[in-house]
Design a protein around this ligand. Structure first.
Ligand SMILES: [Fe+2]
Ligand SMILES: [Fe+2]
Length: 192
């Protein structure tokens, strides 16, 4: 399946505002994929699809994942909406017939980030946070994030912003996110 076909499928399912967000994610993903010489078409497909299951009920997502033996993290157990990445990762190959594991890992980890999300996951994580429709940051913040030299530094910057936000609302930061941060601080690189 190509991007255009997938975009039509997603458009039918998502509310206009969510679909706008998805298009914004595609736009940033494409720029980053070109800049770092990654698979542009695949990163666009990942971007348009990543929130495909955002409308599922939290409890349904929990049982969906349990039934299929998908590993659930503590923070996801407490806040099942976070599992929309895991559910979309399961659907992606079954809808697109593209069984590239890297695409599934990218979608799986877009909510909390992970050292295992790969370069395509890094692109999605950054794009999801910084696309132009996002109102929690301004254009100056966007330039700071996009101005970093590589994907690892960009992800680190986004994690720090997420951390700051979490402290401000008294929410604990997920273990997988902190683990990703530690990995990057030690000079870890995302897999290609
Ligand atoms: Fe999402
Ligand atoms: Fe999103």
């Amino acid at each position: 399946m190509d991007y255009i076909t997938l975009e039509k499928i997603v458009k039918e399912r998502e509310k206009p505002s969510r679909f706008e967000h998805s298009l914004g994610v595609v736009e940033v993903s494409e720029v980053l994929a070109r800049r770092f010489r990654l698979d542009v078409e695949l990163s666009r497909m990942i971007g348009i699809f990543h929130d495909y299951n955002r409308y599922m009920d939290g409890d349904d997502m929990l049982s969906f994942c349990r039934k299929r033996g998908i590993a659930i993290q503590k923070e996801e157990e407490e806040n099942p909406m976070l599992l929309h990445g895991a559910v979309a990762a399961w659907y992606f190959p079954r809808i697109t017939n593209n069984w590239n594991e890297k695409a599934q890992l990218a979608i799986r980890h877009h909510t909390l980030a992970s050292r295992d999300m790969g370069v395509l996951g890094a692109v999605l994580y950054i794009a999801d946070y910084s696309e132009k429709g996002r109102r929690h940051i301004d254009d100056n913040d966007r330039l700071v994030i996009w101005g970093k030299a590589n994907l690892e530094e960009m992800v680190l910057d986004v994690i720090r912003r997420e951390e700051e936000y979490s402290y401000s609302i008294n929410r604990e930061i997920a273990k997988v996110t902190l683990d990703c941060k530690a990995f990057l601080l030690e000079g870890g690189k995302f897999a290609h």
